[in-house]
Design a protein around this ligand. Structure first.
Ligand code: UD1
Length: 421
C-alpha cells in the first residue's frame, strides 16, 4: 500500500509551479477526437485520469504519444465508437466522451458511469441535451446506446449549470448542423479552456465563461494546438497547506483570478496573499481566525473541490467556521479522518461546523476521495508529529506529484510505495 509520511508542525517556505488542470485536460482529450488530424496539447498533467483517457482514445483508434507534458493525439482514423466497461469504471468523467464520439461517428455506446464517492452523480442533463440535438439514447441494463442520423442545432436550457453536461453539449453541438445555444451553461474556467481548444480546431464557439454558449456546428474540424490552464484546485490545496502549516509559499502557473473566492476565504482567516499575473504569494502566521460561512456554489462561487482542503486548514483557526456544501450530497468523508487528528467538526446534512482552536496531532488516516486526500495532507502538515496518509489512488487522479510539490514548498513529506499483498 502506498503511503505519505508527513512530519507536521513545520512552517513552509518555498515555491512551486502548479501543473495543468485535470478538469480542463479531460474534456480537451475527448474533444481531440473531433479533429480529423493531429492535435497537440501542452501542459498536460501526468495523472491517472489522463492515463485512463489516453487508453480510451487508443481504444477508439487514435494514436497518442507523449513527450514531457505535451501530448499528441492523432484522431485521423477512428475505428470504434464504444467505450468498454473496464475503461468507464476507471474514470467516472469518461462520460465526457459521449458527446464527442457521437458528433464524430454518429453513434456511441458505453456503460453508465455509475454511483461515486460523492453521492449520486446523475447524467440526466447530459442525455437530455444530446436528445435535444436529435440523438436517440437508449438506456438498457447499465448501458447507453446513442445514435444520431444527423444532429441538428437547437436551444438547450440546462436546469442547473452542470460542468459535464455543458461540455458534452458543446462537444456534440460541434457535430450538429446549424446553431446550438446552451443556456444556463456552467461558467467554469475549464469551459473557457475547452472553447479555446475547440476554436484552435476550427470550431465556431463563443460565450464560454458566460451563461450562454453558442456553437455553430457542422463544420469539419482539424487537429488543434492548445496549452491547458493551470489547476486552480491544486493551487487551492497548496494555499491551504501554507495556511495550515504557516510560513510562506509562492505559486506560479495558475491564474489567480480563477481562485478569487478561495483567496478571499484564506485572507479572511488571516493569511496575507499577494497576486500578480505571474504568481500568487501567501504568508500565513498561525493561529488563523475562523471565517464567515463558506457556501460552495457553481463558478464563480466557492468551488466544491476546494471545500475539503480549506476546511482542513481552518481546523486549528480560532473560532468557529461553517461550511455549506451545495453541489454534492456526500462530500464530507474527510471529516471523520480529520477528527482522528484532533479536529472538532460536526456534520448535519449539507452543513459542517468546524469548532476551531484545536491542536491537531499526527495520526494514521485514509482518504476516501480525491479532495479528501488533499485535505488529510493539509491537516497533517499543520499537525504536531507524524501522520501516515493512505488511499493515495484517489490523490493520483488529480495531483501529479503531491509529495514532490510539497517538498518544494518546504514540507517534510515522503511517499513510500509498498506492493499490496
Ligand atoms: C465537475 C468536475 C468536478 C467538480 C464538479 C462541480 C470535472 C471532470 N469534474 O464534475 O471536479 O467537483 O464539476 O464543480 O470537470 N447533476 C445532475 N444531472 C446531471 C449532471 C449533474 O443532477 O446530468 C448534478 C450533480 O449531481 C451535482 C451538480 O449537478 O449535484 C453539479 O455537477 P456537475 O457540474 O455536472 O459536476 P461534474 O461535471 O460531474
Amino acid at each position: 500500500m502506498s503511503a505519505l509520511l508527513i512530519e507536521g508542525g513545520k512552517r513552509l517556505h518555498g515555491a512551486v509551479k502548479v501543473h495543468g488542470a485535470k478538469n480542463s485536460v479531460l474534456p480537451i482529450l475527448a474533444a481531440a477526437i473531433l479533429g480529423r488530424g493531429e492535435s497537440v496539447i501542452h501542459n498536460c498533467p501526468a495523472l491517472s485520469d489522463v492515463t485512463a483517457s489516453v487508453a480510451i482514445l487508443e481504444h477508439l483508434g487514435c494514436r497518442v504519444r507523449t513527450e514531457g507534458d505535451t501530448l499528441w493525439v492523432d484522431a485521423s482514423q477512428l475505428v470504434r465508437s464504444d467505450v468498454p466497461d473496464a475503461l468507464m469504471r476507471e474514470m467516472r468523467s469518461s462520460v465526457i466522451f459521449l458527446g464527442a464520439v457521437l458528433a464524430r461517428t454518429g453513434e456511441a455506446e458505453m456503460s453508465f458511469p455509475g454511483g461515486c464517492e460523492l453521492g449520486p452523480r446523475p447524467i440526466d442533463l447530459h442525455l437530455a441535451a444530446l436528445r435535444r440535438l436529435g440523438a436517440e439514447v437508449a438506456e438498457r441494463a447499465g448501458a447507453l446506446c446513442c445514435t444520431a442520423v444527423g444532429l441538428t442545432g437547437c436551444d438547450i436550457v440546462l436546469s442547473l449549470p452542470s460542468v459535464g453536461a455543458t461540455e458534452n453539449a458543446m462537444l456534440a453541438a460541434t457535430g450538429a448542423e446549424g446553431v446550438t445555444t446552451i443556456t444556463n451553461a456552467a461558467r467554469e474556467p475549464e469551459i473557457v479552456d475547452l472553447q479555446n481548444f475547440l476554436r484552435s480546431m476550427g470550431a465556431r464557439v463563443r460565450g464560454a465563461g458566460s451563461s450562454v454558449i453558442t456553437v455553430e456546428g457542422g463544420r469539419p474540424l482539424h487537429g488543434g494546438e492548445h496549452t491547458v490552464i493551470g489547476d486552480r484546485i491544486v493551487a487551492a490545496t497548496y494555499l491551504s497547506a501554507a495556511a495550515a502549516a504557516g510560513g510562506e509559499a509562492e505559486l506560479t502557473g495558475v491564474d489567480y483570478r480563477h481562485l478569487s473566492t478561495v483567496i478571499a476565504v484564506l485572507s479572511e482567516a488571516g493569511c496575507a496573499i499577494r497576486s500578480t499575473p505571474e504568481r500568487i504569494c501567501i504568508r500565513a502566521d498561525r493561529p488563523l481566525r475562523g471565517v464567515r460561512p463558506v457556501r460552495t456554489a457553481p463558478y464563480p462561487g466557492f468551488p466544491t473541490d476546494a471545500q475539503a482542503p480549506v476546511m482542513a486548514a481552518l481546523c486549528t483557526a480560532e473560532g468557529t467556521s461553517v461550511f455549506v456544501e451545495n453541489i454534492f450530497e456526500s462530500r464530507y468523508r474527510h471529516v471523520d479522518e480529520l477528527c482522528r487528528m484532533g479536529a472538532d467538526i460536526r456534520v448535519e446534512g449539507r452543513v459542517a461546523v468546524v469548532c476551531g482552536g484545536k491542536k491537531l496531532h499526527g495520526a494514521a488516516v485514509k482518504a476516501a476521495d480525491l479532495r479528501g486526500a488533499a485535505a488529510l495532507v493539509v491537516a497533517a502538515l499543520g499537525a504536531r508529529g507524524r501522520s501516515t496518509v493512505t488511499g493515495l489512488a484517489h490523490a493520483d487522479r488529480g495531483y501529479q506529484d503531491l509529495a514532490g510539490d510539497l517538498r518544494a514548498l518546504g514540507a517534510e513529506i515522503t511517499r513510500t510505495e509498498e506492493r499490496e499483498t
